[in-house]
Each structure stands twice: as structure tokens, then as C-alpha cells.
Design a protein around this ligand. Structure first.
Ligand code: SAM
Length: 480
């Protein structure tokens, strides 16, 4: 039976409820009065200096997803952009993935790291290699990483992951440092989540891949990941272990996208109902070509327009959740998605184990083909050309603004009093230490313009003074 408060996967991601939702959405996809009502509900409402949004239920979001009326779809995109600007401003947070190990005991049909793939070289970074990769990432300008590893209790036990996190935080090369490590590893126990929390991780990310139980079991035929309930209930265990920033995601292309969106939003509703805080982020990966993986064998691929609509619907449904798009997508797709709600992008990514220390992009241990192969400097320059501030900020979680505390600040619009100047100060660090002359010129022009938008004179002055200190000295890591 559907129960968002239940701790059982099959109750909070309830197949019957998803099917009823899809039927309801199909019935109402031409009901313009209802669609207009839902769009009205999704709009951000300004109250003095603050702004709030109600979000949408999974049923409401699905009606929008099924709607094919062009003017309403356009309106949906406009509202998605309004929400993004209201809560995240024109800032885009930047990160990079760091692949630690491709040893894996699972049999995921879409992933080249699956156990039966015998021609892919298996590699696990030593601590010296982790250090070298981190130096390479710091030299690009990164401050925030998402570590990635296959599931293998012998080769990549939790102790190995914890050791890598320690190593990553300990490297300080020139003015570089990694200030936030997000973790994307397989579902694990409450005890292990506690250990990750104690190691100082940012977000724990785990993609559901698909919410459709039967497909899930077929796509994960062997290995611990086969267990649908254990995987689906992982975020509950992570929260129990004290991690209050969790990142959800669906691997689009495996199952019908309407089913997936309903499941994803029900998962968010479940976390909100049980823990009082929804997901910190939602990622929207699409299946890509990889070593022995042909994405065309999965017959649920979605075109770019449908993909844009999905992202906009998520933005309307969970307005306070960050949304991430990776370099799986092309520059053109990323540019479009940035207009409908994306708040984080990766840049300069390599998806192979040891990829950042090799001159040429290595393909032998790559997890999937990277579509956007531009350097971080090119990505930051491109973001600014499109009016977005590239932000290397990691302040919230370091100041204890996580989970419901982050959401509370975000909901009351307060987050903007610190995020905007923090974005500008971390951008200045990037410009001073790593940017090309062209990007640097663009960046400082943007900073000058954006400083003027800080409403509080006192904050504006502190931010300007700190930026001057960054420009003229080696002082770094200022934050509100
Ligand atoms: N091993 C961990 C797990 O099982 O959750 C997480 C790490 S895995 C390196 C990160 C994600 O990459 C997976 O959750 C999956 O969604 C995605 N992925 C795997 N194969 C892919 C492919 N061919 N194209 C795009 N993304 C893929």
C-alpha cells in the first residue's frame, strides 16, 4: 500500500500509486484549467525580501510532464527559470568526479565496470596516485569533488574509501585545496554511513538507476546491487547514519521516463515526510556509450526536448533541491538545461581511474564517453558568456548549513545573502590562481558588475575587500 512515511521501499515507491499517477496524468494532459492551476501553484511568491515556493506533488508534476500544449510547456520553462533565479540566483556550482577504483562485483547491464567485463583493465588508485590526481584537479582550479567507485568489498572496502577521503582533504598544492568531497558509492550500512559522515563528506549520492522494481532486478542480475529494497532504502540508512545531504538520481534511458519521474518525486516526498528534509541534489544522467555498452539496446532513450521537460518538471516540483548535469551531456544540451533549473555542472571531467594525471584522455578504464570534453577554463568562460557565475563555493556545509538548516535558509531566501558574495570570492580565487588571461578578464568584469547587486552595503564592502586581498596576496578561503 502507498505510504510515503513507510520505511519499506515498496510502500514509498509504490507501483500501484505510480500507475495510478500515470493514468491520472494521461487523463488530464489536455485539461488546461488544471494545468494552469498547477503552473500557478508552482510559481515563486515574493514576500518583501524573501521568496517562497510550494513545490508540486508527484501527481501534479506528472500532469505537466504529459502536457503537450506548446504555450503551457513554454510557461513551464519560464517558471523553472524563475525558480532557479529566485533560490540559486545566476550562480552555477562547479565540481569534478574523481574515479578511485573500477573493481566491481555487480552485474549492471548498462555499466562497463560490470564483473563479467574481462577486457577492461581493472585499476584502483594507491594513496600516492590519489594525491597526484588531486594535485592535477587542484591545478585545474577544482575545490569540490565527487568520488566514484565500483562496489567491491575486497578491493574497495569502506576503509579504502575513508583513507582516500583523508588523503584528498590533506593535499594542499600551491593555493589549492579540496574543500568538499561528495561520495558516490554503492548502498551500504548505517555504520558505514556514520563513518562517511565522520570523515567529513558533503553529499552522499546514489542513483536509483530505475524505480521500476522488475526492470531494476533485470538490469542488475547479479551482485549485491540486485537487491532492490536494500538499494532503494539506502538514503534512509544514510540519514540514520547522520548524513543529511543526500543526492538522488535516475539513469534515464533504462525505463519509461514518466514512471521514473513519478518514482523520483515520490522518493523526495518520502525523505521529506520521514526526515523533514528532501534531497539536497537530484542528478539527471542519461545512459551513454561505454566500453562494452551500447546505449541503443535500452529502448527507453529520450530526446533532448523531453529531457528538457523532465528537468523543468523537477525544478517546479522540488524548488529547493540542487540539480546536477554532468559532462555526459553536450555543451548544447547543458546550455539549454541551465535555462530550466540546473544549478551544478561538472567541468574538465575524466571518467577513468587515474584519468587526470594522463596527458591524453584515456579510454581504457573510462566509465562512459564524455560528451563535453572542454577544459575547466573553457567551461567557466562559457558559463560567464551565458550570464552564469561559476561558483567554487563550499561554505554551507563547512559552516554546518546542511540538511534542514540549509533548506530552511534556502526556503526563506536567506541563502542568497551569503551565496552570492561567496560565489564571487571563490570565482576570484579561481581567476587569480588558475584562469587563462581571457577568462580572467571576463571574470573580473563579471565580479565588478555582480558586486553592485549585493543589497547590503556592509556585505558588499567585505566581499570587495576580500576579493582585493585575493587579488593582491595569497590569502584565500574567505566566506560568509
Ligand atoms: N558503483 C556505485 C553504485 O553502484 O551506485 C556508484 C558509482 S557509478 C561509478 C556512478 C553512476 O554512473 C551509476 O550510478 C550509473 O548511474 C552511472 N553509469 C553507469 N554506467 C553508465 C553509462 N553507460 N552511461 C551513463 N552513466 C552510467
Amino acid at each position: 500500500m502507498y505510504d510515503p512515511k513507510s520505511s519499506k521501499a515498496e510502500d514509498f515507491i509504490n507501483d500501484e500509486e505510480i500507475r495510478a499517477t500515470l493514468a491520472y496524468a494521461e487523463e488530464n494532459k489536455n485539461n488546461l484549467a488544471l494545468i494552469d492551476e498547477i503552473l500557478e501553484k508552482a510559481r515563486p511568491i515574493r514576500e518583501g525580501n524573501t521568496c517562497r515556493c510550494q513545490g508540486l506533488t508527484h501527481r501534479e508534476a506528472l500532469v505537466l510532464l504529459c502536457c503537450e500544449e506548446p504555450s503551457r510547456i513554454e510557461r513551464m520553462y519560464e517558471i523553472a527559470e524563475e525558480i532557479k533565479l529566485a533560490f540559486y540566483g545566476n550562480r552555477i556550482v562547479i565540481f569534478a568526479p574523481l574515479y578511485l577504483s573500477n573493481y566491481c562485483v555487480n552485474g549492471c547491464l548498462y555499466c562497463p565496470y560490470h564483473l563479467k567485463n574481462k577486457h577492461i583493465p581493472r585499476k584502483k588508485l594507491t594513496q600516492e596516485e590519489v594525491k597526484a590526481e588531486v594535485i592535477a584537479l587542484q591545478d585545474m582550479g577544482h575545490k569540490r569533488l565527487a568520488i566514484e567507485a565500483g562496489e567491491d568489498p575486497v578491493n574497495n572496502p569502506i576503509e579504502y574509501i575513508l583513507e582516500c577521503i583523508d588523503t584528498i582533504y590533506s593535499v594542499h598544492h600551491k593555493n589549492g585545496e579540496i574543500r568538499r568531497v561528495n561520495v558516490n558509492i554503492a548502498a551500504t550500512t548505517v555504520e558505514n554511513y556514520k563513518k562517511l559522515k565522520d570523515a567529513g563528506i558533503g553529499t552522499y549520492i546514489l542513483f536509483q538507476e530505475t524505480y521500476h522494481k522488475e526492470s531494476y532486478e533485470r538490469l542488475h542480475p547479479t551482485g549485491p546491487k540486485h537487491n532492490y529494497a536494500y538499494h532503494t532504502e539506502a538514503m534512509d540508512r544514510a540519514m540514520e547514519g547522520g548524513i543529511d545531504d543526500v543526492g538522488l538520481g535516475v539513469l534515464f534511458g533504462l525505463e519509461l521516463y514518466k514512471y521514473e519521474l513519478a518514482g523520483l518525486l515520490m522518493h523526495a516526498e518520502h525523505l521529506e515526510a520521514v526526515f523533514g528534509v528532501g534531497p539536497h541534489t537530484i542528478s539527471v544522467p542519461r545512459v551513454k556509450k561505454a566500453d562494452d555498452i551500447d546505449p541503443d539496446v535500452f529502448d527507453n532513450g529520450i530526446d533532448d526536448e523531453t529531457f528538457t521537460k523532465i528537468v523543468a518538471c523537477i525544478r517546479l516540483a522540488v524548488p529547493y533541491t540542487g540539480m546536477i548535469v554532468s559532462t555526459r551531456e553536450t555543451e548544447a544540451v547543458r546550455q539549454r538545461l541551465l535555462q530550466v533549473g540546473i544549478s551544478q555542472v561538472s567541468g574538465g571531467s575524466r571518467t577513468s581511474v587515474g584519468g587526470y594525471t594522463t596527458k591524453e584522455r584515456p579510454h581504457d578504464t573510462e566509465q562512459f564517453d564524455v560528451s563535453d570534453q572542454r577544459s575547466l577554463d573553457e567551461v567557466t568562460g562559457w558559463l560567464m558568456d551565458n550570464g552564469h557565475i561559476p561558483s567554487f563555493c563550499t561554505a554551507c556545509y563547512r559552516a554546518g548549513r546542511t540538511g534542514d538548516r540549509f533548506m530552511q535558509l534556502c526556503k526563506t531566501g536567506q541563502i542568497q545573502n551569503c551565496c552570492h558574495p561567496n560565489a564571487l570570492m571563490t570565482l576570484a580565487e579561481y581567476l587569480e590562481d588558475y584562469a587563462s588571461p581571457e577568462t580572467k578578464a571576463k571574470g573580473y568584469a563579471m565580479i565588478t558588475e555582480e558586486l553592485e547587486k549585493i543589497p547590503k552595503e556592509e556585505v558588499k564592502k567585505i566581499a570587495a575587500d576580500n576579493i582585493e586581498a585575493i587579488r593582491t596576496s595569497n590569502r584565500r578561503d574567505f566566506r560568509f
